[in-house]
Ligand binder design. Structure first.
Ligand SMILES: [Zn+2]
Length: 667
């Protein structure tokens, strides 16, 4: 599961000191490249890559190509129209010499958002964004590009006019297929029919009663006109066969240069891509977890389930990364104490693991992320998601060091003062934000998701029982664990924070978390409900604390609202109480309690309050989210055609990188 940076307390990013690296980041490096509306475009740097042994660079190079080979799968999963739309947009941009200037500028703005979000839906709000030029100006642009030699994805016998007309509602009409994932469609709605993604075709939730999927994570479900349900597995010979075939080629090349346990995991992944079966997926998960000491590692496949309103279908993603040894040493201190923390979880002893196993945690440097984790990326990842594999074999957890660094380096510092009640609070955020954020993320991933066991009485996995509330509940659980131990003296004993500083640092962490529940509302510019699971969990936690403890006061001053954390001890005690209940809900698969918790505290909000927050943020002109430009790898060949080195460079140009990626996909 990913720790999503987009809804982390923003004040924490602002206060982050530069993250120390094995090699110090170069002074004057360019991080923030440009702003596109409310999105920032930021370059990631991967220090230390040059110093890796050649065989590790070669391994990264093959995995990098496997990451690119699957990129189009995710576009297609997000919208059945996305790849055609992208082809049209890229054809115009690359043949724009005779396109009218204002129209070209608008197409470029829209296309950059399209690339950042891997399609026409905003990654956070799930809502569609549209082209803001007149449709006839767009058609003229397409025709001008065609005259300059651009090729377009017209159907057989289809004219350019007809093609633009066919795709027009997707490009221009915000009410046509408006939401990619709609978990709360309202009365009479259906979570599947009202979600525009391509994981289901004409399938409603009711159609699934009594239907058992053979490939729950990796298939599309299609309802035929005669009413029969067909499952289309993602595998060789199935859906996405062509992309998967190319992924497999690169994985095989990678396995040939990988150390033993990594090669074993990669070949297990190949087997899984070939068959698509649950059995082979489990075998791969286990092989991947067992490869705990990999220096260069990858995630590649149908992984997270947030895009599916049912929380079952996996979105394709890939990440390629290597370990940052220095920062990893700090995380290992927490991982080594997993049992100590588990024994002190503030929930029923029956739901503690007697032996927390196989927890590994690495600080990593990202080389490339595609699909569901790039250009918009998490800052921490813990996998696999299979609860049985996790309980038997453990999991692997990573903290994305160079992503966290790029966030910190690219975010302006004008933020916490606006939402802090006092100057002292803002100063605390400034001073302790960096350390408290790092500890929160590490504990969320390492001891958060890895902890707890389900009731013996529960049949199946908790996500099957808790359904559409599961992801938000699980993210809430991991956040609560991190918050709960933030003030625990054990952190100081482990040397992760100085004992005399810990009370101030913990207070800053509680204050940031509290403010964030207010500040994050700016990310839902329309409507009055939250869709994104991490945002739901954070609102749920803070609003529950407001209603059930004395820890947080809601105050007004000069027409502005503030969430003020006033009592750290009450805050921690309340977090413990809520955490015990959240763990009980997960362990027992208590759907009704999960629903009540989120329906009461986590989903709806006051739109007037949101409007107030938006106007306060607009005055500061800060981005709402960030798309990252990845490092670029290029092999260098010797006289005999062998690869003798792999060079890394930083394009600092979203458009150039996205066009290069797309041309790779069509090779
Ligand atoms: Zn998480």
């Amino acid at each position: 599961m990913p720790a999503n940076p987009l809804i982390l307390p923003v004040a924490l990013w602002c206060a982050l000191a530069p993250v120390p690296q094995a090699e110090e980041p170069e002074a004057g490096r360019e991080y923030l490249l440009e702003r596109i509306g409310d999105a920032a475009v930021v370059q990631i740097y991967a220090d230390g890559f040059e110093g890796l042994p050649l065989e590790e660079k070669l391994l990264a190079w093959h995995l990098y190509q496997a990451a690119l080979a699957g990129r189009d799968i995710y576009y297609d999963q997000r919208s059945a129209h996305a790849l055609e739309m992208r082809a049209v947009l890229e054809a115009v941009l690359t043949h724009g010499a005779h396109v009218e200037a204002d129209t070209l500028a608008e197409i470029r703005r829209y296309t950059k958002l399209f690339w950042i979000n891997s399609g026409p839906y905003n990654h956070l709000t799930a809502r569609k964004f549209v082209l803001e030029c007149p449709p006839d100006a767009f058609l003229a642009a397409v025709n001008a590009a065609a005259e300059d030699g651009a090729e377009f994805p017209t159907g057989p016998g289809e004219s350019l006019d007809a093609m633009v007309g066919r795709l027009g509602p997707m490009f221009f009409d915000p009410a046509f297929e408006p939401i990619v994932t709609n978990k709360s469609p309202g009365p009479g709605g259906d979570i599947l029919l009202d979600s525009a993604n391509n994981l289901y075709v004409d399938v409603s939730s009711k159609d699934l009663a009594g239907f058992e999927e053979a490939y729950p994570l990796n298939s599309r479900l299609v309802k035929r006109p005669d009413g029969t349900l067909v499952e289309e597995p993602y595998r060789i010979g199935g859906r996405y066969s062509e992309q998967i075939r190319r992924i497999i080629e690169h994985l095989k090349d990678a396995s040939a240069v990988a150390p033993g346990p990594t090669a074993e995991a990669l070949l297990a992944l190949v087997t899984y891509y070939e068959s698509g079966t649950v059995e082979d997926r489990k075998a791969y998960d286990i092989a991947w977890v067992r490869d705990a000491d990999a220096s260069v590692d990858t995630i590649n496949g149908f992984t997270e389930v947030y895009m599916d309103a049912r929380g079952v279908k996996g979105s394709w993603e890939s990440a390629v990364f290597y370990v940052n040894e220095e920062k990893t040493a700090d995380i290992k201190k927490i991982a080594a104490e997993a049992q100590w923390f588990e024994d002190r979880m503030p929930w029923a002893p029956d739901y503690r693991k007697p032996d927390v196993q196989g927890i590994t945690a690495n600080a990593i440097e990202v080389v490339i992320e595609t699909g569901d984790c790039g250009p918009v990326t998490p800052i921490g990842i813990n996998l696999p998601n299979d609860q049985e594999v996790r309980e038997q074999y453990g999991s692997k957890s990573v903290s994305l060091s160079n992503v966290i660094e790029a966030y910190a380096e690219s975010t302006p510092t004008a933020f916490h003062a606006e939402f802090s009640w006092t100057g002292e609070e803002a100063a605390r955020a400034e001073e302790w934000g960096g350390l408290s954020k790092e500890l929160l993320v590490n504990m969320h991933e390492v001891i958060g998701h890895a902890s707890g066991r389900v009731s013996d009485a529960l049949e199946g996995q908790p996500q099957d029982a808790i359904k559409e509330y599961y992801s938000a509940l699980e993210e809430g659980r991991a956040d609560l664990i991190a918050l709960y131990f933030m003030a625990d003296p054990r952190l100081a004993e482990l040397g992760l924070v100085a004992a005399e500083d810990q009370p101030e640092m913990a207070r800053a962490a509680f204050e940031d978390y509290t403010r964030n529940a207010l500040v994050q509302l700016r990310r839902v510019p329309e409507g009055a409900q939250i869709e994104e699971d991490h945002m739901r969990n954070r609102q749920m936690v803070v609003r529950w604390l407001i209603d059930n403890t004395e820890a947080i006061e809601v105050r007004e001053r000069d027409g502005k609202t503030y969430y003020v954390m006033v009592d750290p001890e009450a805050f921690r005690a309340g977090v413990g109480t809520l955490l015990a209940e959240v763990q009980r809900i997960k362990s027992e698969g208590d759907y009704a309690a999960a629903k009540a918790l989120f329906d009461t505290y986590g989903i709806t909000f006051d739109p007037d309050l949101r409007d107030q927050v938006v106007s306060r943020v607009e005055a500061l002109d800060l981005p709402s989210y960030t798309g990252f430009v990845m490092p670029r790898l290029e092999p260098e060949y010797g006289d005999d055609g062998e690869i003798v080195d792999v060079a890394i460079s930083y394009p600092r140009d979203l458009e150039a990188q996205m066009l290069e990626y797309s041309s790779f996909g069509s090779e």
